[in-house]
Ligand binder design. Structure first.
Ligand SMILES: N[C@@H](CC(=O)c1ccccc1NC=O)C(=O)O
Length: 213
């Protein structure tokens, strides 16, 4: 049996977060010495810190919230492709890969995956990939970047285009240690009724019998 590969960022008090947003923090509220029986922790965080899923409500006030998303999108066969040779990801770039029967697509980009550093610049994901992905049957896009749009984007064009074309968004996965290939993916959101997103523990396991490409 192959081992599961963790592709999530560890949640640490010194991890990067969206500038101006709520950092992650964990602390012990009560120690075992205080309670006499148990240690009890608490955490505070933006839902967009670390590896997370965006719900459409994040960028569309009428959009679905995290509890309304279909769980089967986040569990199942996924393909990892390495697009680190380009700075702009377009349909023409994606056309070079065999994406037949791919429903969940994870992009390993040129961005170094460093959980401690919020990147100033990231590769560009062109909004035109959204209709392309829908046409070939992809309904989940995962990226190893904090966002599918540039940090200074005002219109969030790629978020909106993906949503319009039925493609769900998984962000800030770690893929520097993952080869191209076919995997089983599990990246389930927490059930937080009404929420705009959720941190996830995202893991991959190489699919048995796949020729990896
Ligand atoms: N769209 C980003 C997050 C984002 O834009 C954001 C996250 C936290 C605080 C502010 C944000 N954007 C603009 O102010 C994402 O895809 O998670």
């Amino acid at each position: 049996m192959s081992e599961w590969i963790d592709i999530s960022q560890a949640l640490t008090n010194d991890m990067a977060h969206w500038p101006g947003d709520t950092p992650f923090s964990y602390s012990l509220t009560y120690t075992k010495e205080q309670t006499g029986s148990v240690n009890i922790g608490q955490m505070t965080s933006s839902l967009h810190t670390g590896t997370h899923i965006d719900a459409p409500f994040h960028f569309d006030s009428n959009g679905a919230t995290i509890d309304q998303l279909h769980l089967d999108r986040y569990i199942g066969k996924a393909k990892v492709i390495n697009v680190s040779h380009v700075e702009a990801i377009t349909p023409a770039v994606l056309e070079a890969y065999n994406l037949k029967n791919v429903e969940r697509l994870l992009l390993r980009t040129s961005l170094p995956n460093d959980p401690k550093r919020f990147p100033e610049q990231m590769p560009h994901l062109d909004p035109s990939i959204a209709p392309f992905l829908q046409k070939i049957g992809v309904y989940l896009l995962g990226v190893d970047m904090p966002s599918v749009d540039a940090p200074d984007s005002k219109d969030l064009a790629t978020h909106h285009a993906l949503h319009k074309h039925g493609v769900n968004i998984l962000e800030n996965i770690m893929l520097d240690h993952v080869d191209e290939g076919i995997y089983e993916l599990i990246a389930l959101p927490l059930s937080i009724p009404g929420a705009d997103g959720s941190p996830v523990r995202a893991v991959l396991r190489p699919m048995k019998g796949s020729d990896s490409k």
